[in-house]
Design a protein around this ligand. Sequence first.
Ligand SMILES: Cc1cc2nc3c(=O)[nH]c(=O)nc-3n(C[C@H](O)[C@H](O)[C@H](O)COP(=O)(O)O)c2cc1C
Length: 221
Amino acid sequence: MNIEDAIKGRISVRAYLDKDVTNETITAVLDTARWSPSGTNTQPWKVAVVRGNSKQRISDELIKAVEGGTKANPDYLYYPEEWIEPFKGRRFQCGMDLYGALDIGREDKQKRIEAGMANFKFFGAPVTLFFFIDKIMGKGSWFDMGMFIQSVMLASREHGLGSCPQASTSDYPDIIRKELGVSDQYDLICGLSLGYPDDDKAVNQYRTRREEVEGFTDFFD
Ligand SMILES: Cc1cc2nc3c(=O)[nH]c(=O)nc-3n(C[C@H](O)[C@H](O)[C@H](O)COP(=O)(O)O)c2cc1C
C-alpha cells in the first residue's frame, strides 16, 4: 500500500468482524510503528495490548462508571472547556455525520446514548490497545505519541486491519491502570480499538470532511 492510500484511506472503524487478530500481527504492526520519530529519540511510548477477559473486565467497569454517573477523571484535558469556532462547528458536524451514518435522528436521545456507549464495548473490536506515557515527560513527548499512534493506525492497514482511536476510554484511567497493573506514574493517553473492519456496516461507509489546504496554510516567499 502506498503512503497516500494508507493515509487517505484510513477511517475510524466503528464496526468489526468477529475475527481475532493474532499477537504476531499486532507485534508486526508495532515493529513498524516503533520507527516513528521522537524528540532526542526518547521513544516515550508504552503500549498495552488487551483482549479477552481483561478487555471484558475493563468494558464492564467503564460501563458501570458511566451508567453510575461516576465523574470522569481523565489524566489530561483533551478539549477546551468552552468551545469556539471553527472547532465548535467541526465538532458538531462530526457528530451529525456519525449519527447520519447510524440513521439516528436529532431527537432520538436513547439511540445517541447507545451510540456513545458503543465506545465502551470497543465497537466490537477483538483487541484494544492502550497508550501510556510517563508523567515525567513534557508536552513535546505527547506529540511524539500522536505520531506513534498514527503510525500504528497506518501500519495496521498493511495487514487489512482497521482501527478507532478512543479518548472516551481515557475518562476513567484508574480503572484501566488497575486492571492492567500499570503504575500511577503513567498517564493514559487513549485507547485504540483494532480489528478487521466490517465493511458492510453503514457506520464504516461514510467519510468525515476536511478543510482544503488553503484554509489552514499560508505560503511565504
Ligand atoms: C486521539 C483521538 C481520540 C478519539 N476518540 C474517539 C472516541 O472516543 N470515540 C470515537 O468514536 N471516535 C474518536 N476519535 C475519532 C475521531 O472522531 C475521528 O478521527 C474524526 O472524526 C475524523 O474521522 P476519521 O478518523 O474517520 O478520518 C478519536 C480520534 C482521535 C485522533
